[in-house]
Write a protein that binds this ligand. Structure first.
Ligand code: PBG
Length: 325
């Protein structure tokens, strides 16, 4: 045998010489949940070690992440049921809990980048990402754009550095880009949830925000998980409409989509390692079935190997701690 691939694996120094993929804390974005009140740290049953945090505790958590090298957070508000309406107008209230948190974070940690989520579900009494036609139940595309754009502008005013439209309405990237630019926010980035699939793995996140749809599902706007070429079509549109970064979501069952978008586009690619993926690792680890630390680094490295530049993950803090050792 002249060719023995094992020679390149013979010891750690050799393995490091030939390592193809690098994972660092600087690639990670930590999603955090904010809730009204003070000194709140409310456990989320289906997401062990994740909490709904009031702003005071949110700042403590953000500072810890920043010091570990995770310098971007994605903020998701848990909104009181009494503030949810069919038109989701709380979404662009300048004083809603999301905007209060953004302002407080910017004041406490000016160098931390904040990403805001653009979709109506946390504020909608219907639990949908767009406006629902009360007669037909249809999710109305064009009327939703107006609200999403107002939301993006309100978040920019509150201090968001990046907005992440996760709603999957057609034409939203261009519509939001126009609205931001008109208000002078030409430096606010758009990370588009480009290929967002209708997935069973969002369950724990919907528990975290009490944001599950009251009726029906999200299949008329989120993509069919049987489709890959359609992701390229979405990517081309987002690119033309002015997206800065393209995201694939969920992550692990869609590594093929990450690779396809990476090869098709010159934009940076993000992957969202979502709540259900987090819950699976946590549950198996808590049962003693897998080693959480090892699994987390393996999962996150696989995203980088597939072509993701950026990874949103609820394991960001643990990963950063492990990587710093
Ligand atoms: C809402 C939104 C969802 C997630 C991020 N933004 C859920 C959904 O579309 O129902 C999911 C994140 C996760 O599961 O970790 N537009």
């Amino acid at each position: 045998m002249h060719i023995r691939p094992r020679r390149n694996r013979k010891n750690e120094v050799m393995r490091n010489l030939v390592k193809e993929t690098y994972l660092g804390a600087e690639h990670l974005i930590a999603p955090l949940f904010v809730v009204a009140g003070i000194n709140q740290k409310i456990a989320i049953k289906s997401m062990p070690d994740c909490f709904r945090l009031s702003i005071d505790n949110l700042i403590i958590e953000a500072r810890e992440l920043f010091n570990l090298g995770v310098k971007t957070i994605a903020l998701f508000p848990a909104v009181d049921e009494s503030l949810k309406t069919p038109d989701a107008r709380e979404a662009y209230n300048p004083n809603n809990i999301n905007h209060q948190a953004m302002r407080a974070l910017k004041e406490a940690l000016p160098e931390m980048m904040i990403m805001g989520d653009i979709a109506l579900d946390p504020y909608s009494s219907d639990g949908h990402d767009g406006i629902v036609d009360p007669k037909t139940g249809e999710i109305l595309n064009d009327p939703s754009l107006e609200v999403l754009a107002k939301m993006a502008v309100a978040q920019a005013h509150a201090g968001a550095d990046i907005v992440g439209p996760s709603d999957m309405m057609d034409g939203r990237i261009g519509y939001i880009r126009n609205a931001l630019d008109k208000e002078g926010f030409t430096n606010i980035s758009i990370m588009s949830y480009t290929a967002k699939y209708a997935s069973a793995f969002y369950g724990p996140f919907r528990d975290a925000l009490d944001s599950a749809p009251k009726k029906g599902d999200k299949k008329t706007y989120q993509m069919d998980f049987a489709n890959a070429r359609e992701a390229i079509r979405e990517a081309e549109l987002d690119e033309m409409e002015g997206a800065d970064i393209l995201m694939v979501k969920p992550g692990l069952p869609y590594l093929d989509i990450i690779l396809r978008l990476k090869e098709h586009s010159t934009l940076p690619i993000a992957a969202y390692n979502i709540s259900g993926e987090y819950a699976m690792v946590k549950a198996a680890a808590q049962n003693g079935w897998i080693d959480e630390n090892k699994a987390v680094i393996e999962v996150l490295t696989s995203f980088r190997r597939a072509g993701a530049d950026i990874i949103l993950t609820y394991h960001a803090k643990l990963a950063a701690q492990l990587l710093s050792k």
